[in-house]
Design a protein. Structure first.
Length: 302
């Protein structure tokens, strides 16, 4: 038992050091604030610099409730809202299938030190609203983060119980900057089961913006890694740049393809990589027409 406590204490020390470094960066913003997603990026608990971007967004907005919902957190060791929770004491709900996040938040004391509801559930478009409302959050909400590695578009389309001021959502950069496509809806969609490569999932940036734009959200930008995109609602009164999909889009620099045995191939994104999933179906959200990865690949410069 002593070894386990020691390992947890070491992890806590690293967390504290990262948070102190972040405070130094945030202090510098008082005289030299960032003007773009790329300038704002830093990571404490997030994977790709989202911690910094979210701090920039909530500090730039005039009216953001101190609440969040994050769906798709794995263990919560790395997450988009953990810094908001521990640094800014936001109230939140995190949701993931399985129990890794339940065990982790309890082992780190997050589940009792903070106002955090930890939910174990497999999220679909039919249950997302019930899951969130049952956890005690509804109406105007500060931030909503979505990373399902699957039917993200469909879940976001169904979202009604909360009206987030800021939205963070993963997009699939392999689908390019212009195609408005998503994987077809399946309640039991699993990224690895859908294709061993792990490349077939989610929706394009243009598809997500076609959904959020008419709902009053401005696209602020994407992480330099080409993984997550950020939107701010017009009602926030935030003074920050608004971008088109084409200008905001970033290609994905993460080498995430796996072979049939589940091992990383370390191949970078290119036309050859897309050919692995070229026969798989996509849906164009503009008109509901069916297409394939191969059909849109011909128009993408990756």
């Amino acid at each position: 038992m002593a070894h386990v406590r020691g390992a947890q204490s070491f992890g806590a020390i690293l967390d504290t050091q990262s948070a102190l470094a972040a405070d130094a960066i945030l202090g510098g913003w008082r005289t030299n604030p960032p003007t773009s997603v790329a300038e704002a990026e830093f990571r404490v608990f997030s994977q790709w610099g989202e911690d910094g971007v979210i701090q920039w967004l909530v500090r730039s907005a005039l009216d953001v409730p101190r609440t969040f919902v994050e769906i798709g957190v794995e263990s919560y060791r790395e997450a988009n809202t953990r810094f908001l929770l521990t640094h800014d004491y936001y109230r939140g709900v995190i949701v993931n299938a399985g129990y890794d996040h339940v065990l982790f938040t309890r082992s780190r004391g997050l589940a009792w030190r903070h106002d955090l509801e930890v939910v174990s559930a497999f999220v679909t478009k039919d249950n997302v609203n019930q899951i969130i409302s049952s956890a005690g959050i509804s109406g105007k909400t500060g931030l909503f983060s979505l990373d399902l590695d699957g039917v993200d578009y469909w879940v976001l389309e169904s979202l009604e119980v909360v009206q987030p001021q800021i939205v963070v959502c993963e997009y699939n950069a392999l689908f390019g900057p212009t195609a408005t496509v998503t994987v077809p809806y399946r309640a039991d969609f699993d990224r690895v089961q859908a294709h061993h490569s792990g490349l077939y999932f989610g929706a394009s940036l243009a598809a997500l913006h076609s959904l959020l734009g008419p709902r009053g959200y401005h696209l602020v930008g994407c992480t330099s890694s080409g993984v997550n995109a950020f939107w701010a609602h017009e009602s926030t009164g935030a003074h920050m740049p608004t971008q088109s999909v084409e200008s905001a889009f970033r290609a994905c620099g993460v080498r995430q393809e796996r072979d049939v045995d589940g091992r990383l191939t370390y191949r970078r994104a290119n036309a050859e990589l897309m050919s692995v999933i070229e026969s798989l179906p996509l849906l164009d959200v503009r008109d509901g027409s069916a297409t394939t990865v191969g059909a849109i690949a011909a128009h993408i410069d990756v």
